[in-house]
Design a protein around this ligand. Structure first.
Ligand code: HEM
Length: 403
C-alpha cells in the first residue's frame, strides 16, 4: 500500500468537491482500498479512511486534538474546551463536564425529554401544512435537548435555535474564510448568551438543570465552564438535529416488520438507531495533528501532519462491516465510530442513544404508515456531506403500514 499523494481516478469525484459532497462514499471506498492513509493535495490534509487506522489514531496521544482544533481556529477565537485540550488538561475539563452530560444529568432530564418527544410527534398531525423532518422534528428535538440540559424556558427556544444554527458552522473543518469568520462571531454571541443565561439561573433559587450544577462547580474557571457549554452546542446541536432527517431517509423504506419491532422492542430500536448513525455519521471527521511520525494500519503519517480521521469512511469499511452500504437494522456487533473513540469519545453518546430510539419508536407507533418524499431530497453543499435541507413527511394512515 502507498501513502503517496496519488490522485483519485478520473471517474471519481473528490469527496470535498461540491458534487463529491453529495455522495463521497465511492471516493472513500477507493481510498480505503488503495491508499488508506492518503495525503490529499486538495486540502493539504492526511485522510485516514480505514476503520482500524481511524480507531487507532483516535486513541493515540500522538494525534493531538488540541493542535487539530488550533489549526482550524487560527486566531484562537474558539473557546477552550475538552476538544481543544489534550490529556492531562483534557481530563481536568472532562470530569466536571460529566455534571452536564453524565448519567445523573441524563436521569434528571429523561422524563422531560420523553414528554418533549411526545409533544413533537403529536404536533405533526396538528400541522396545517405538510410536516418536515428537519424543521418539525430534528431542529426542535435538538433545541428541546439543550432546553432541558440548560434549563432554558420554552420562550427562549427560538433565540437559542438561531444562535446554535449560526454557531454550527464551526464544526466544519474547512469552512471558507468568510463563513468561518461569521462562525466565530456566532460562537462569541453564543458564549455571551450562555454566560447571561447561567447568571440568571444562578440568581434564581429553584433551578435543578445540569447547567446549573456545572456552573456551580468550583473546579472550573468561568471561561472554561462557558467553553464546555459552547462546545456542547457547536458539537452537538447540529449533528443531533441532522441525524433525524438522515436517519429517516434510511429507515422509511423499511416495511412493517422492522417498523413494528422498533415500536415494541426498545433494545432493537437502540440497535437500529446505532446503525443509522453508522450509515450517515453526523460528525464525519475528527481533526488531529501529529506530534511525531506515526505508523498506522495502512501507512505512515509524518510529524506535524494535519490529519482527518474520516469517521464516515471508517463506518463503511468492508473489512469490518458486512454489506457496509446497506441498512442492517439488527446489526450486532456494530463497532462504528460515529461517537469517536478514545479520550474524546462523545460525552453525550448515552443521551443520543436514548433520545433517538425514543423518537423513532414514538413516531412509528403514532404513524405506522409514515413515508418520505418520492423524489430524492436535496443535500446541503457543505463540507459535512449529505445533510438534508428538507425532508417532507407523509404521515399515512394512523393504524397501519399501507405498503
Ligand atoms: C448524533 C449526535 C452526535 C454525534 C454523532 C456526536 C459525535 C461526536 C464525536 C465524533 C466526538 C469526538 C470528536 C473528536 O474526537 O474530535 C464528539 C465529542 C463530543 N460531543 Fe458529541 N456527538 C453528538 C451529539 C452531542 C451532543 C447532543 C452533545 C452535547 C449535548 C455532545 C457533546 C460532545 C462533547 C462535549 C464532546 C467532546 C468530548 C471530549 O473532547 O472529551 N455531542 N461527539
Amino acid at each position: 500500500m502507498s501513502t503517496a499523494a496519488v490522485d483519485l481516478p478520473g471517474s471519481l469525484i473528490h469527496p470535498f468537491a461540491p458534487a463529491g459532497r453529495r455522495d463521497p462514499y465511492p471516493a472513500y471506498r477507493w481510498l480505503q482500498t488503495n491508499v488508506p492513509v492518503h495525503h490529499d493535495r486538495f486540502s493539504g490534509m492526511w485522510l485516514v479512511t480505514g476503520h482500524a487506522a481511524c480507531s487507532a489514531l483516535l486513541r493515540d496521544a500522538r494525534f493531538s486534538a488540541a493542535l487539530g482544533q488550533r489549526e482550524r481556529a487560527r486566531d484562537d477565537a474558539l473557546p477552550v474546551s475538552m476538544l481543544t485540550t489534550d490529556p492531562p488538561d483534557h481530563h481536568r475539563l472532562r470530569a466536571p463536564g460529566g455534571l452536564l452530560l453524565g448519567p445523573a444529568a441524563l436521569r434528571s432530564v429523561s422524563e422531560g425529554l420523553r414528554q418533549d418527544v411526545d409533544t413533537l410527534v403529536s404536533g405533526l398531525a396538528a400541522r396545517d401544512a405538510e410536516p418536515d423532518a428537519i424543521r418539525d422534528l430534528g431542529t426542535p428535538l435538538a433545541t428541546a435537548v439543550f432546553g432541558r440540559l440548560f434549563g432554558l424556558p420554552p420562550q427562549e427556544h427560538a433565540a437559542f435555535t438561531d444562535l446554535a444554527r449560526a454557531a454550527s458552522v464551526n464544526l466544519d473543518p474547512m469552512a471558507p474564510p468568510a463563513s468561518a469568520a461569521r462562525g466565530r462571531l456566532a460562537a462569541s454571541a453564543l458564549t455571551h448568551y450562555l454566560d447571561a443565561h447561567a447568571r440568571a439561573l444562578a440568581a434564581g433559587d429553584d433551578d435543578t438543570s445540569p447547567l446549573a450544577a456545572l456552573a456551580a462547580d468550583q473546579r472550573l474557571e468561568r471561561h472554561e465552564m462557558l467553553g464546555i457549554l459552547s462546545l456542547a452546542v457547536i458539537g452537538g446541536w447540529g449533528p443531533l438535529a441532522e441525524t433525524v432527517g438522515n436517519g429517516l431517509l434510511w429507515l422509511l423504506p423499511e416495511g412493517p416488520a422492522v417498523r413494528r419491532r422498533i415500536t415494541e422492542d426498545p433494545e432493537f430500536a437502540r440497535t437500529c438507531a446505532d446503525e443509522l448513525l453508522r450509515l450517515e455519521a453526523p460528525i464525519p471527521f475528527a481533526a488531529r495533528v501529529t506530534t511525531e511520525s506515526v505508523e498506522l494500519p495502512g501507512g505512515r503519517v509524518p510529524a506535524g501532519a494535519r490529519v482527518l480521521a474520516v469517521i464516515a469512511a471508517a463506518n463503511r469499511d468492508p473489512a469490518v462491516f458486512t454489506e457496509p452500504d446497506r441498512l442492517v437494522p439488527d446489526r450486532v456487533p456494530n463497532p462504528h465510530l460515529a461517537f469517536g473513540a478514545g479520550p474524546h469519545f462523545c460525552l453525550a453518546a448515552a443521551l443520543v442513544r436514548q433520545v433517538l430510539p425514543t423518537l423513532l419508536a414514538r413516531l412509528l407507533d403514532r404513524f405506522p404508515g409514515l413515508r418520505g418524499p418520492d423524489v430524492t431530497p436535496a443535500f446541503r453543499p457543505t463540507l459535512i456531506p449529505r445533510r438534508l435541507t428538507a425532508y417532507p413527511l407523509r404521515l399515512g394512515r394512523d393504524d397501519a403500514y399501507d405498503a
